[in-house]
Structure formats: structure tokens, C-alpha cells
Design a protein around this ligand. Structure first.
Ligand code: GLA
Length: 376
């Protein structure tokens, strides 16, 4: 709470009273990785760590953005493709693309959501700013319209990503995971109670910038694979029509990438069943199987994530774990007995430091309310 009031005070001292203040959380994903841009299923939730953003209209034609956590201020009048400003300028651009009125703004943002940790800090920023403009300009946009604007803005920044992050940030609901079918954007709320266990995120400390990683290459390989299959089977009109039988049409690496997506979609369904029957052991096994597939078939893990998952695999109170998000760093998600959380992870901290000369940070997460307008 102190951090939130400090951010608010800083904004008011610099720019005067805000027109709106937004809490925009990060997200975790239980399962369904690299499936969203392949018309698949995902099972994410919004977490309680968030970006807090205060915004008011600027009296000039330039927007000024203050990043509270790093005490840095940048401004732009038209496009800005450098620094954190690029997310803000891309959001303004996507409002303009839809002929929706926008002006220039003074913004202060900061919070306790780690940056580069695979918990969607960039989407939290984009979605937060979309919601702020929607409120200030009284556009009365629906959640789906806000989502589309945020997704388009982030694509403008160079990631050919899916919609999972923005979807969960905007729609997050306390105590529920969201099962989104990315083929038609239909979704359902899945009660998410782990009893004596908790989801825990373990940040590898390997910062990833998806635009610079192989993320886009994976998306393109999958699109190519789909085209190759469609050329040979007229019944296939989208990724979800692909079955194991089609794998023989493909060479490596395409075959492995598609195999991951097919099995990962199945794992999402199995995970929902495990949650519905309170079967934590099964849920843990499903997470661990997902990691193997992401590591060996989709090839988006990294030595640090593999090390953490390998370590947890032998631990009595850890039920399963896997790399989470785009990959190549970021965080691992694990299911650990709540009472034994520190005891389970503390020894890893030291081992990890010796092996990689990096600190790990970890924190429990549970499904929380998504993006909201707040007052402090
Ligand atoms: C990133 C993207 C998401 C999704 C995941 C992988 O977080 O932003 O859209 O593709 O990677 O599941």
C-alpha cells in the first residue's frame, strides 16, 4: 500500500491530480503455453502483483511518462520506438487507427510486478493505458475492444503474440482461472482451489524480451506447418483441426512444434479436470509433462528454467513445475505445499547462485481480480 501511495503522491506533485488511476495486474498461466496464437486453449489467471498507473490529460501536445520504479522520465509527441515509451505510443497509435479520439497524457506508472520475469509486465502497461484512455475519453469500450486495442499495440512493438496475457489481465477474477479457447475467444471460469498447496512463481532472473527471442520464429514455423497440412488435407481449416495423423506430413522442426501444440491442448483439458476433482497430484504431473514438451519439442526453455524444474522434481513437497510464458527465461510456475514453500525453495537459492551466479526470487500467486480503476 505504501508503494501505491508513493506512486500517487509523486504523480500529483509532478502533474497535479490524476484523471484516473488504474491497477493493472500481471498474469500467471497454469498451462497452455504457445497455444494461444495457434487457436488453442490456455488456462491463465491475473495475479496480485500489478502496475499502478496514474494518468491525466496533458495541456501540451506531448506525452510525458514517468517510470517510478527506475525514476526515469521520457516524453514523445508522435511515435516513440525506444524505451518504455514505445508501449504508450503504440497504444495511442492503435486508438488512432480506430479513429477513436485521443490526446496527449501525463503518466506515472510503477508497482511490484517484476519486469522481464515472464509475468506480462508489458501487457499490464499496455492494458492499463488502454483502460485509462478509455476512461478519460469516455469511449465506453467493451472488454473485448480494449483487448483488441492492447493486442494491436503490442504487435506494433514487434511481438507476434497471442491474446492470453491481455485477456487474463482484463478479465481476471479472484479465485478463478480462465479457460480461453483462442479459436473463437469463448471462455469459462474454472474454480481454482489448491487446498494445502499453492502456485509459486520462481523468477530465473533471465530477462527476456520476446521481440528479440525466437518467439516470433516459433509462431512463423507453426503458421508454415498449418499451411503445409492444409495443402494436403482440405478438411483442415485451422490449427485445431490438426491431429496426430497429420504429423507424418511434416519434417523437423515443424513436426515437433505441432506435436507440442496438440499435446498441450490436451493437457489444458486434463488440468481442468484435475482442478475440478481437486487432484493436485495429477495437476502437478500435467505441469511437469508440459515442461518436457516445451523443452524438447517446442525448444523454448533455457538452462536456468530446466535447472529449477529438475531440482523441484526431486522435492517431496513440490508436485510439479514448468517454465511459464514465452520462454527463454522468465519464471517457472510450481505447485508446492504452502507450509513447506520456504523449506522447499531455500536450498535451491544457494545452489542456483553457485551454478548461474544469479539470484532467484519466488513468490506464491493465486487468481485475483483483473484490471480495475482504483482510488487512493
Ligand atoms: C507470451 C505471449 C502470449 C503467449 C505466451 C506463450 O507470454 O505474450 O501471448 O503466446 O508467450 O504461451
Amino acid at each position: 500500500m505504501k508503494l501505491i501511495t508513493d506512486i500517487a503522491q509523486h504523480h500529483r506533485r509532478t502533474y497535479g491530480p490524476e484523471d484516473v488511476m488504474i491497477k493493472s495486474p500481471g498474469r500467471a498461466n497454469i498451462i497452455g503455453e504457445h497455444t494461444d496464437y495457434n487457436d488453442g486453449f490456455v488456462l491463465p489467471f491475473a495475479i496480485d502483483k500489478a502496475i499502478y498507473m496514474l494518468v491525466n490529460k496533458s495541456k501540451t501536445n506531448s506525452s510525458e511518462i514517468h517510470a517510478y520504479n527506475i525514476n526515469q522520465t521520457e516524453s514523445f509527441t508522435d511515435k516513440n520506438e525506444t524505451s518504455f515509451c514505445r508501449y504508450f505510443s503504440a497504444v495511442i497509435q492503435s486508438f488512432k487507427n480506430r479513429s477513436l479520439s485521443v490526446s496527449s497524457y501525463n503518466v506515472t506508472f510503477g508497482g511490484d510486478l517484476p519486469i522481464g520475469a515472464g509475468v506480462s509486465s508489458s501487457s499490464a502497461i499496455s492494458c492499463g493505458f488502454v483502460a485509462a484512455i478509455n476512461d478519460i475519453e469516455a469511449h465506453d469500450l467493451s472488454k473485448i475492444e480494449m483487448l483488441e486495442i492492447a493486442v494491436e499495440a503490442e504487435r506494433g512493438v514487434g511481438v507476434e503474440g497471442g491474446i492470453m496475457d491481455q485477456f487474463s489481465i482484463i478479465n481476471g477474477k479472484s479465485a478463478f482461472a480462465l479457460c480461453l479457447d483462442c479459436r473463437d475467444n469463448s471462455w469459462s471460469e474454472i474454480p481454482c482451489k489448491l487446498g494445502n498447496y499453492t502456485f509459486c512463481l520462481i523468477n530465473t532472473g533471465v530477462e527476456h524480451n520476446l521481440a528479440e527471442t525466437e518467439y516470433n520464429t516459433r509462431a512463423r514455423t507453426c503458421a508454415e506447418a498449418l499451411r503445409m497440412i492444409m495443402d494436403r488435407d482440405g478438411e483442415v481449416s485451422g490449427f485445431r483441426d490438426i491431429s496426430f495423423n497429420h504429423l507424418s506430413y511434416l519434417e523437423l522442426p515443424h513436426r515437433n512444434r505441432v506435436e507440442h501444440v496438440i499435446t498441450e491442448n490436451q493437457r489444458v483439458m486434463e488440468a481442468i479436470q484435475a482442478l475440478e476433482t481437486d487432484d493436485i497430484i495429477a495437476l502437478g504431473e500435467i505441469l511437469s509433462a508440459s515442461h518436457v514438451s516445451l523443452r524438447d519439442k517446442y525448444e523454448v526453455s533455457c538452462p536456468e528454467s530446466d535447472y529449477i524444474v529438475d531440482y523441484l522434481t526431486g522435492q517431496e513437497y513440490a508436485m510439479g513445475s514448468r517454465m511459464m510464458g514465452g520462454g527463454f527465461g522468465g519464471s517457472v510456475i510450481a505447485i508446492i505445499k504452502t507450509e513447506q514453500l520456504d523449506k522447499t525453495i531455500e536450498p535451491l537459492t544457494e545452489l542456483y547462485k553457485q551454478r548461474f551466479e544469479k539470484e532467484i526470487h519466488y513468490f506464491p500467486v493465486s487468481p485475483e481480480q483483473g484490471l480495475t480503476v482504483i482510488t487512493v
